[in-house]
Design a protein around this ligand. Structure first.
Ligand code: C2O
Ligand code: CU
Length: 441
């Protein structure tokens, strides 16, 4: 985007894609560098404690297999639907795929019916921590288990998909782990790499001196509170994007919005390190041997005031306002307390039209009583301010919590033509009206 200062540009612009064509034409062709197949099917999942949960899975597991690729690769993921009675898609949450691969049933493709298949193809043009999930009837689909982690590693260095537990896997020195926080069958769990979800404390033996990266995703409809005890650490990346000069944190707790990802980095000390979830000493991840330390209860970090202060864009091509609220409305012909954007509910929310290259300023105002983790597809937004305070970071997000009474200003570079859904990632709220679109002219 021409109006975005050079220091804020987001890496490679991707392939030339024409505006004003059908989303199905906005797809990558060519020979994939890396191919995966994911099969959606029901399965009984055994949690670390031995407890069994009926789930909807990719390849019989929850989370589905961790997909790890290298930056620059053309990735193809074949989805096979073997659910008896459920349509399925794959959405690449936070990843800037071509619109035809965004996986939104009814918008970018038809849902894949039982017995059907669909191949997604996109260039992995940026690094970072992402996730994938089904996007038809998303609320039950994700809750029941149709999701997994998607990690793009640097262009060089070994990658071994499905074996992300190996310590030399990624070209980052040291240990690099995915951590998905998810409530499965009503049981809070923490799934580390491709191991069975722990309904307690997962354990990772980690040698002192190892540099550790934890890629944590919040996959429930609610935010996750994280506390890392036993070492100073850095919040190195938010929603897949590195922060500039993130300072060392000690004892600070973090809140991660539904759908969001935090990468935490630290050097493994001689004593154990404990990551707890939602302030429960018995749920999370233990690194190293020995008795777990008593979990921290430090103050929450304001991530909009962390990282480096950089000049933010001042000039915009278009301004949008999204007022979030609640009211009685008709949903599928029945009256319900709907979640609204500018007083309207899906599918009646106006679709703003943007031009490729525009920089859009969006002001979000939450007039309701619930937090809304807002998620624009196909783009990140640069946070400009929260309640009038300029943001540091630079903080690029694809899932951010707008709390009751809050006002967020964000900048969206319109650099990915198509029709893009935006919605609240409390997927129950999305189903109750808080779903809308952004279209390129
Ligand atoms: Cu992860 Cu439309 O969402
Ligand atoms: Cu919401």
């Amino acid at each position: 985007s021409s109006r975005l200062p050079a220091h804020l540009h987001l890496g490679a612009p991707g392939d030339a894609r024409a505006a004003g064509v059908a989303v199905t034409e906005l797809r990558e062709s060519g020979r994939p560098d890396r191919t995966f197949t994911l099969t959606a099917r029901p399965a009984t999942v055994t949690l670390a404690s031995g407890r069994k949960v009926e789930a909807w899975t990719f390849d019989g597991r929850v989370p589905g297999p961790t997909l790890r690729v290298r930056q620059g690769e053309l990735v193809e993921v074949r989805l096979r639907n073997r659910m008896p009675d459920l349509a399925v898609t794959l959405h690449w949450h936070g990843y800037h795929v071509p619109a035809g691969d965004d996986g939104v049933a009814g918008v970018t493709q038809d849902a894949v019916r039982p017995g059907g298949e669909f191949a997604y193809r996109f260039r992995a043009d940026r690094q970072g921590s992402y996730w994938y999930h089904s996007h038809d009837m998303s609320d039950p689909a994700v809750r029941m288990g149709l999701f997994g982690m998607f990690v793009v590693d640097p262009p060089t260095g070994p990658v071994s998909p499905g074996d992300s537990t190996a310590e030399n896997v990624t070209g980052h020195d040291g240990a690099d782990h995915t951590v998905a926080v998810h409530t499965l069958g009503g049981v809070p769990t923490v799934a580390v790499d491709d191991r069975p979800p722990a309904d307690g404390l997962a354990r990772l033996p980690t040698a002192p001196g190892t540099s550790v990266r934890l890629r944590i995703a919040a996959t429930d409809n609610t935010p996750v509170t994280l506390a890392l005890t036993g070492t100073p650490y850095r919040l190195a990346a938010v929603d897949g994007h590195d922060l500039e000069r993130p300072g060392a944190l000690r004892g600070r707790r973090l809140r991660l919005a539904a759908g969001g990802r935090y990468d935490l980095t630290f050097t493994m000390p001689a004593r154990p390190v404990l990551l707890t979830v939602n302030d429960r000493p018995d749920l999370g991840l233990m690194l190293g041997d020995g008795p777990p330390p008593a979990p921290q209860r430090g103050p929450l970090l304001d991530i909009t005031a962390y990282g480096a202060a950089r000049p933010l864009p001042q000039a915009f091509d278009q301004r949008l306002t999204w007022v979030l609220d609640r009211r009685l409305a008709l949903l599928d012909g029945a009256p319900a307390m709907a979640h609204t954007v500018n007083g309207q509910v899906w599918p009646g929310i106006e679709t703003p039209v943007v031009r490729r290259g525009d920089l859009i300023k969006i002001t979000l105002v939450n007039r309701g009583k619930e937090t809304h983790p807002m998620h624009p597809h196909g783009h990140h937004v640069l946070v400009l301010s929260r309640d009038g305070r300029p943001a540091t970071g630079p903080l690029w997000m694809d899932s951010f919590d707008v709390a009751p009474g809050e006002v967020w200003e964000v900048a969206l570079p319109a650099d990915n033509p198509g029709i893009w859904m935006s919605h609240c990632h409390d997927l129950g709220h999305a189903a109750l009206g808080m779903t809308f679109h952004l279209a390129y002219e």
